[in-house]
Design a protein around this ligand. Structure first.
Ligand code: E4P
Length: 217
């Protein structure tokens, strides 16, 4: 399973990169705004910087919602770096845009996926990734993990190449459950990735080993 980090924060991206386990980065307009980034030039520069830090797929989301605008924006984003994946919302014009980029060999990630039917349509349109939002489903008392399972079954039935990129991750348990089901990628905020490290018995065991090592001089 690939690990992506879900942020536009450079310090966090660098920290995950230095761990040596990072395969890519996802962002969205809300994550960009959280970093105080505004204006086209600043947005394009942030993507460029992220591409210089991480050698992997970097999702860059279009801000418009009409077909013509998404194509124009997506082409500009794709021109930043070969690792840019154009992130397109799951709407009717988005499906057409996915097909356009697929025909042109530009990688895409279809975002805001909340049903298996949406994932199927995006895969048919040639999306490289679909992003089902687990946490936001859990937030409204719908089992987000069940959606990952449904998409896995459908994609395996027809051997779609589209990768399941589990998004809206809220905890390390989301990551573990995604790995059990067979999501291809998990994009997570840094704390959930780092929380995978923790176990009290590891801390206790290491404390003992360090103490015993000292006794041996
Ligand atoms: C990533 O591609 C998504 O935009 C992101 O994971 C959404 O996460 P949120 O539901 O925590 O905002």
């Amino acid at each position: 399973m690939k690990f992506f980090i879900d942020t536009a924060n450079l310090a966090q991206i660098k920290e995950a990169q230095e761990l040596g386990i990072l395969d890519g980065v996802t962002t969205n307009p809300s994550l960009m705004a959280k970093e105080g980034i505004s204006g086209k030039e600043a947005i394009l520069n942030r993507y460029k910087t992220i591409c210089e830090i991480v050698d992997g797929d970097i999702s860059a989301e279009v801000l418009s919602t009409s077909y013509d605008e998404m194509i124009k924006e997506g082409e500009e984003l794709a021109a930043i770096h070969p690792n840019i994946v154009v992130k397109i919302p799951m709407i009717k014009d988005g499906i057409k845009a996915l097909k356009y980029f697929s025909n042109k060999g530009i990688k895409t990630n279809c975002t805001l996926i909340f049903s298996a039917g949406q994932a199927l349509l995006a895969a048919k349109a040639g999306a490289n990734y679909v992003s089902p939002f687990l946490g936001r489903l859990d937030d409204i008392s719908v089992d987000g993990m069940n959606l990952i399972e449904e998409i896995r079954i459908i994609f395996d039935n027809y051997m779609f190449d589209t990768e399941i990129l589990a998004a809206s991750i809220r905890s390390p348990m989301h990551i573990i459950n995604c790995a059990k089901i067979g999501a291809d990628v998990v994009t997570s905020p840094l704390p959930s990735i780092l929380n995978l490290l923790n176990h009290p018995l590891t801390d206790k065991g290491l404390e003992q080993f360090v103490a015993d090592a000292k006794k041996m001089g």
